[in-house]
Design a protein. Structure first.
Length: 139
């Protein structure tokens, strides 16, 4: 699936906003964000800096991203849930953020609720290492 530079930037920024919802950036979250940064071909130092500053940067606008295609939005929600679970549980503020992204991108709320339930059901087992972001290609 193709993704533009704008959508890659929104995806990464949206996930940054997600990891700051509980006011703690855990090492597992940091590792997943760095992995996504590599997948999107973002400079390692840039990724490290924005992750380090996400909790204290008061200039960041906390607005849900609007993606160019629903398929990208669905991938974002799926990766967002995996990122939210990286610290062992999904905080309500994280779930509310993901629902706001879904609403802004006109995704079916029933799909979101079903995805959440499936993700929580699998959380006791292995969610796997695959990220939806791995499916993207760009020119």
């Amino acid at each position: 699936m193709k993704i533009s530079l704008m959508d890659r930037s929104l995806y990464f920024k949206g996930l940054l906003l997600l990891i700051r919802k509980d006011q703690v950036v855990e090492e597992e979250e940091r590792a997943l964000m760095m992995r996504i940064g590599r997948l999107f071909n973002f400079e390692k130092r840039f990724c490290q800096e924005v992750i380090d500053e996400i909790l204290t940067n008061r200039h960041v606008v906390d607005e849900p991203p609007l993606f160019s295609e629903p398929a990208i939005s669905r991938c974002f929600i799926q990766d967002g849930l995996k990122l939210s679970l990286a610290d062992g549980h999904i905080h309500d503020s994280e779930w509310q953020w993901l629902k706001a992204v879904a609403a802004k991108n006109n995704l079916d709320q029933n799909w979101c609720e079903a995805l959440l339930q499936t993700t929580l059901d699998q959380a006791g087992g292995d969610l796997g290492d695959a990220l939806e972001a791995e499916r993207f290609v760009w020119e």
